[in-house]
Design a protein around this ligand. Structure first.
Ligand SMILES: [Zn+2]
Length: 420
C-alpha cells in the first residue's frame, strides 16, 4: 500500500490563564466542532491550539494505517514529506508552528530577536533564550482582534507627552524635549525615541507606580464625570491596569500603535518589532523558536538592556501595520499572506457556496490545513478524509486534495506552508 500523504490531526490545546474561557473561546469551539465528544469546561481557559510538531504540543495522528503516534515522529521517519527544498533548508524539521489563539487577557508586550541576535543571546543566556532561531510571527484575525504593534508616529507620542503629564514625568524633561525637537530627521527621531523608551524602562519602580496610580485615578475621575478620556487613551489604560496593576506596560500604550484587525486582516511581526496581543481570536503562524524579550504587562523577567538595544524605533502609523494578502491570479478562491521570511506563509482559501468541488493544489512544501467553515470529503488516493469546521489536516508536499463539498454555505480554510 502506498504511504498516506494526507491525514487528520488531533491538536494540543494550551490552557494558559490569559485565554478566553469555555465556549467564548474560538479554540474551544473549533475543538468541540472537530470532536463532539470533547467536554468543554465552562470556567476553563482555552488559550491556544497548536497545529504542528513542537515537542511541547506535538499533534496526534488520527489514521490507523500509520504506526507513528505523532506528527513529529512521522516527519522524522518521512522527511521527504516536507518537500525537497524545505527538507534541506530546515534540516528535516517542519519550520513553522501554526496556531489558533483566543485572547481574553493581554499577552506581554514583547519583541523577538533576529537570527544574528538570537545566536548571540542563546550563547550568553541559554536559560533565558532557549534556541538559536528567530521568531517572526503573523496573526490573522478570526474575530475582531486588537493588538499593539510598532512605534506610533512621533506626533502622536508628543501629543501624549502633552496630554498625559504622568507619562511625561516617567520619561523625564530632557528626553521628552529631545523628542519634541526631533521631527523632520528620521535618524534623530529614532535616536530620540530610543532615549525616551529607555528612560521609561529604567525609571525607578516607585516613580512609575506612583505616576501610574495618579494617572489611573485622574482618568477614572474624568470618566465618572462624563469627560472624553481618549487624549489619555483612557479606556485601554484602565483595562490594562485592571489586568496588570502597577505594570510599566501600562505606559507602553503611549509609545505603540493600537491596531484593530477585522476578520481576515493580518499583522506581521518581524524581528525587533514591539508588539502585544490584547484581545480577540486569531490564527497565528510562527517560526519554531521560543526566543521572546519582554517589555511589560507581565510578571515575568524583563531584560531591559537587551530590549532597549534591539527594538525597531522607526515610527509608522497604525494602518501601515496591517499586512496585505494577495489574491492568486490563477485561483480566485486563494489569498496568500507571504511575509518576508522563508519559514512560513499562510494561504486563505474561500470557496463560494455555489462550488461543489474544489482542488486544494499541490505545493512543494508540507502544509497544515485548518477548516474554519464548511464540510467536505477530501480525496488524495489512497486516502479519503471527512473534514468539517475544526478539522486539521496534514498534507505532504506535492500532494493535491480533491474536495467534494457537502455544506451549502461554502468553505473557509487556512493553510500554513513554506514558500521558498
Ligand atoms: Zn510575539
Amino acid at each position: 500500500m502506498a504511504a498516506a500523504t494526507v491525514f487528520p490531526l488531533k491538536c494540543a490545546v494550551q490552557h494558559y490563564a490569559w485565554g478566553k474561557v469555555g465556549l467564548d473561546s474560538e479554540v474551544a469551539k473549533l475543538t468541540l466542532s472537530d470532536d463532539p465528544t470533547v467536554a468543554v469546561e465552562q470556567e476553563k481557559p482555552y488559550a491556544e491550539l497548536w497545529m504542528g510538531a513542537h515537542p511541547k504540543g506535538d499533534a496526534i495522528i488520527c489514521d490507523n494505517r500509520i504506526s507513528q503516534k505523532t506528527l513529529g515522529e512521522w516527519i522524522a521517519e518521512h522527511p521527504e514529506c516536507l518537500g525537497s527544498k524545505v527538507k534541506d533548508i530546515f534540516q528535516g524539521q517542519l519550520p513553522f508552528l501554526f496556531k489558533v489563539l483566543s485572547v481574553n487577557i493581554s499577552l506581554s508586550i514583547q519583541a523577538h530577536p533576529n537570527k544574528e541576535l538570537a545566536v548571540q543571546l542563546h550563547a550568553q543566556f541559554p536559560d533565558r533564550y532557549p534556541d538559536k532561531n528567530h521568531k517572526p510571527e503573523m496573526a490573522i484575525a478570526l474575530t475582531p482582534f486588537e493588538g499593539l504593534c510598532g512605534f506610533r508616529p512621533v506626533e502622536e507620542i508628543i501629543g501624549f507627552l502633552k496630554n498625559v503629564p504622568e507619562f511625561h514625568v516617567v520619561i523625564g524633561n530632557e528626553a521628552a524635549e529631545t523628542l519634541e525637537n526631533s521631527p523632520g530627521d528620521p535618524h534623530r527621531v529614532s535616536a530620540a525615541l530610543k532615549k525616551c523608551f529607555t528612560r521609561m524602562m529604567n525609571c525607578e519602580t516607585k516613580t512609575f507606580v506612583d505616576q501610574l496610580n495618579m494617572l489611573v485615578k485622574r482618568v477614572l475621575k474624568e470618566a465618572a464625570g462624563g469627560k472624553d478620556t481618549t487624549g489619555s487613551n483612557g479606556e485601554l489604560l484602565l483595562r490594562l491596569h485592571s489586568q496588570f496593576p502597577g505594570d510599566v506596560g501600562c505606559f507602553v500604550i503611549y509609545f505603540l500603535n493600537v491596531v484593530q484587525l477585522r476578520p481576515g486582516e493580518a499583522m506581521f511581526l518581524g524581528a525587533n518589532e514591539p508588539h502585544a496581543y490584547l484581545s480577540g481570536d486569531c490564527i497565528e503562524c510562527m517560526a519554531c523558536s521560543d526566543n521572546t524579550v519582554r517589555a511589560g504587562l507581565t510578571p515575568k523577567f524583563i531584560d531591559v538592556q537587551t530590549l532597549c538595544e534591539m527594538l525597531n524605533y522607526t515610527p509608522a502609523p497604525a494602518n501601515s501595520k496591517i499586512f496585505p494578502s494577495v489574491r492568486d491570479p490563477g485561483d480566485p478562491c486563494v489569498f496568500v499572506y507571504d511575509p518576508p521570511v522563508p519559514d512560513f506563509a499562510v494561504i486563505k482559501i474561500e470557496i463560494p457556496c455555489s462550488a461543489k468541488r474544489y482542488t486544494i493544489s499541490s505545493i512543494d512544501s508540507a502544509s497544515i490545513l485548518l477548516v474554519i467553515r464548511g464540510e467536505a470529503t477530501g480525496t488524495a488516493a489512497p486516502s479519503e478524509v471527512k473534514i468539517r469546521r475544526g478539522s486539521v489536516l496534514f498534507i505532504a508536499a506535492n500532494q493535491a486534495v480533491d474536495l467534494c463539498i457537502h455544506s451549502v454555505d461554502g468553505m473557509l480554510l487556512f493553510r500554513a506552508c513554506c514558500m521558498l
